[in-house]
Design a protein around this ligand. Structure first.
Ligand SMILES: Nc1ncnc2c1ncn2[C@@H]1O[C@H](COP(=O)(O)OP(=O)(O)O)[C@@H](O)[C@H]1O
Ligand SMILES: [Mg+2]
Length: 238
């Protein structure tokens, strides 16, 4: 589905990512975990064609991806940011806009928007202005908007990290259900191993812009790992 080979990203003379290999198979959810500043968001943006790496190659569905990524390819992916980025329109229109841009008919747009608002438990907010939503509601709408696009690959950058604990738990469970039923191919970034353990089949640990470990969540916790990886994982071992 997606492959990255020897990706490096240097910005303002600073090496942000170094020599990263990554692959993503259809229907899997892969996690990227690491401490703040380890390069998770940078890698996610490169994988989602939002930034161009300094060196390395990307392949999407077996084809090499050119530096200027063609629109039809970019339209096959969806990205959800840490802070829900909603337009100051009604919830319905926020979810509908990407579908309208893609030229879908009015009837299909309505059907899909209603379906996805329902899946994330926010149907009742359809007519409400997006800027009047709580953090949890807004993130549910952002997720509904991304799933409504029925992307080939979904990229989620810490989708729960601006939420309080109970809100986060609820959304994590609901997202887990949606993954189960849709089997959407996903890359999920989090700094919380709980998210990774609940939602992904496989995860990569990033430290200082490099992949230091890779495996299923339980394999990663079981170890043995390099010393710096062990030190990072210690926070989650209770
Ligand atoms: N566009 C950019 N220009 C310069 N430095 C950047 C840019 N994006 C990220 N960085 C730097 O790269 C490092 C990794 O950042 P980031 O990928 O956001 O980490 P994480 O998501 O793991 O917290 C940080 O030191 C950050 O300051
Ligand atoms: Mg980040």
């Amino acid at each position: 589905m997606l492959e990255a080979r020897e990706i490096s990203w240097i910005k303002d003379h600073k090496t942000i990512l170094q020599n990263i290999d990554f692959h993503l198979f259809p229907k899997e959810c892969v996690g990227l975990i690491g401490p703040n500043g380890s390069g998770k968001s940078s890698l996610l943006k490169i994988l989602a064609f939002l930034e161009t790496p300094t060196s390395g190659l990307l392949y999407f569905q077996g084809q090499s991806v050119p530096k200027r990524v063609p629109l039809p390819i970019r339209r096959r992916i969806a990205f959800v940011f840490q802070e829900p980025l909603l337009l100051s329109t009604r919830v319905f229109d926020n979810v509908a806009i990407g579908l309208k841009i893609r030229g879908l008919s009015k009837g299909i747009v309505r059907e899909r928007v209603d379906y996805w608002l329902e899946q994330f438990g926010v149907s009742h907010l359809s007519k409400q202005l997006a800027r009047s939503l709580s953090g949890g509601e807004a993130q549910r709408v952002s997720l509904a908007r991304a799933f409504a696009l029925e992307p080939d690959i979904l990229f989620l950058d810490e989708p729960f990290s601006s939420l309080d604990a109970p809100t986060k738990e609820g959304l994590r469970l609901d997202l887990g259900q949606v993954f189960k039923s849709t089997q959407t191919t996903t890359v999920l970034v989090s700094h919380d191993f709980k998210d990774i353990a609940h939602l992904t089949n496989r995860a990569l640990i990033l430290l200082n812009g490099q992949v230091e470990a890779e495996g299923s969540p339980s394999q990663l916790l079981k170890g043995p790992q390099k010393e710096d990886v062990e030190r990072f994982l210690e926070h989650f071992s209770t």
